[in-house]
Design a protein around this ligand. Sequence first.
Ligand code: SF4
Length: 308
Amino acid sequence: MHDELVRWFAKHQRLLPWRAEYNPYHVWVSEVMLQQTQVSTVLPYFERFLAALPSISALAAADEQQILTLWAGLGYYSRVRNLQAAAKIVVEKYRGVIPDDYEALRSLPGIGQYMAGAILSIAFNKPYPIVDGNVRRVLSRIYGWDGENAKQLWEAAEHLVQKAEPRAINQALMELGATVCSFKAPRCLLCPVQKACVAFRTGMQDSIPSVKKRTESVRVLLFAVVQRNRKDLVLMRQQKGLWEFPMFNELAPGSLTLVGTCRHTITHHRLEVKVYTGKLESIGGFEWKDFESVPVSSLTKKIFAAAG
Ligand code: SF4
């Protein structure tokens, strides 16, 4: 099975920039961006990030505002904070060379079992397994498992990575999950491991892996105010490095006009934000900022757009 997968990957892999030369820094940045985010969304961010911060030492030395601006819109900002904290350690402790050692990698901020396995196998071609959502789905279907037993999945991935070129087999499993063995309507007729696949033979693709019950999302109503001054600066405050408009659980006093509504989902919260313009009664704790020159989240961008 590993041979079929590796051959299929050599022929059908997508040409992605982090696959160009398997530079460990590029692989690391791409893997951090790809956590919780799709390839198509990541591509322009990846290019911009590397153009601005082409090396691990450049990342370590960058100021926080710059990395947040480069990340703005990707969400889950702790990812990039951890990435920079880890880069600083690599520069100080390993003279800027990303270690190819499992324990050393695991000791860095933001690097868990998956990330260490991804860096070691993809960048350094070392036989470490990886199990992400795609690999879980592919392996569960091939072996006919429900996908609930993480230990079983990691052991299967470990077994496979010993048998083939680590970089190729691990990426083949992920790529197959992303492009052929999709969650809905897997394209089994194009699949290189169809013959070995229990789910295909038994027609169980739709029920494997079992779907975890979704956590009910909570609806949250918020009120945001986009207040401008004569110089066209807007009133904002900084929260964990990003700038945001005044936002309240109930409408704050002032002379305000409702101009729009925007919706945004953060993990299990469905936000509905009523957007107002005008003048707040109290502006303590806020500063006047040029919207275009500060790092903001995609929610803040939506609010700005709604304010017109
Ligand atoms: Fe997935 Fe179908 Fe291939 Fe099995 S045969 S691994 S279900 S695409």
